[in-house]
Design a protein around this ligand. Structure first.
Ligand code: GDP
Length: 296
């Protein structure tokens, strides 16, 4: 796939620069580290993140005990791998928080793929044998409510809405009450998307959060926007305390800056990635898989 193509090639190039005999020294990893630094910047990872990353790789690589049978180039690439995993979040996929019902509040700016992500997540949970209800609260855009209803029909998941006759907070609250009545396992609450962050949006998100006490609040961001996506996760987290991110449109992102930056910039994990327009194209985010993709 095109995902991380360029970054992969650069890391491979850096790897080839590391000598196969002797051991790793500050001198002989200077050029490979420069190559990696350049590659990460090109991938749209922010400068402070790149600096910290390169420094850590350097410290770990040079200080390393030489293990019999492991050539310096292999030791170097393993260090890069380990640090990439660390950068994207510790090992393993970050699961949704438990709860009965699980309540997942979905936030995000318009056009990032939030509504699609609601449907994808609903389908994923359905496949785990969970009973799911979606709640449409975007009273500003009736089209968004229709879109969620249509998605729900396609994947056979009911959608609760009250049209535009109540406030988002009231609809969310009524949706949770309905979910409890129906004894569903998971409720996915779609919120209003806006063109940019504004105080009204944040207030509404905070109010909804306070009203329904979600087990997860996920910010949906578009991978194609690179480090801007990471900055959005940071901003939302600072204002509304989110639990993680969903990174959409990974299939169209050949650089990887968002995947590499979100955790380090915001302190919050990526929980899922969207890899296509179809309903079944949502995957848990595995830092180690992503690292091996980058390393080829
Ligand atoms: P919203 O405004 O955030 O609710 O965005 P939508 O869910 O309506 O999605 C906007 C567009 O992005 C639609 O055309 C989706 O099909 C598309 N989209 C969403 N997620 C993905 C993804 O993971 N990959 C690709 N290629 N397209 C996506």
């Amino acid at each position: 796939s095109a995902m991380f193509d360029k970054l992969s090639r650069s890391v491979e190039k850096a790897w080839k620069m590391v000598s196969k005999d002797g051991k790793l020294t500050p001198e002989n990893i200077k050029e490979p580290l420069k190559e990696i630094r350049r590659a990460l910047l090109e991938a749209d990872v922010s400068l402070p993140v790149v600096r910290r990353f390169v420094k850590k790789v350097e410290e770990k690589a040079v200080g390393q005990e030489v293990i019999v049978g492991v050539t310096p180039d292999m030791a170097f690439i393993k260090t890069v791998n380990d640090e990439l995993v660390e950068l994207m979040g510790s090992k393993g996929a970050k699961d949704l928080e438990q709860g009965f019902p699980q309540v997942i509040l979905m936030a995000g700016l318009q056009g990032v793929g939030k509504t699609t992500a609601c449907g994808k997540l609903a389908l994923l949970l359905t496949k785990q044998k969970k009973k799911v209800l979606m709640v449409a609260t975007d009273v500003y855009r009736p089209a968004a409510i229709d879109q969620l209803q249509k998605l729900g029909k396609d994947i056979n998941v009911p959608v609760f809405d009250m049209g535009t006759s109540a406030s988002p907070v009231e609809i969310a609250r009524a949706g949770i009450a309905e979910a409890k009545r129906q004894k569903v396992d998971a409720v996915i609450v779609d919120t209003a998307g806006r063109l940019q962050i504004d105080d009204d949006m944040m207030k509404e998100l905070k109010d909804t959060k306070a009203a329904i006490k979600p087990t997860d609040t996920l910010l949906v961001v578009d991978a194609m926007t690179g480090q801007e996506a990471a900055n959005l996760v940071k901003a939302f987290n600072e204002q509304a305390d989110i639990s993680g991110a969903i990174l959409t449109k990974m299939d169209g992102d050949s650089r990887g800056g968002a995947a590499l930056s979100v955790r380090e910039v915001s302190g919050k994990p990526i929980k899922f990635v969207g890899v296509g327009e179809k309903m079944d194209s949502l995957e848990p985010f595995y830092p180690e898989r992503m690292a091996s993709r980058i390393l080829g």
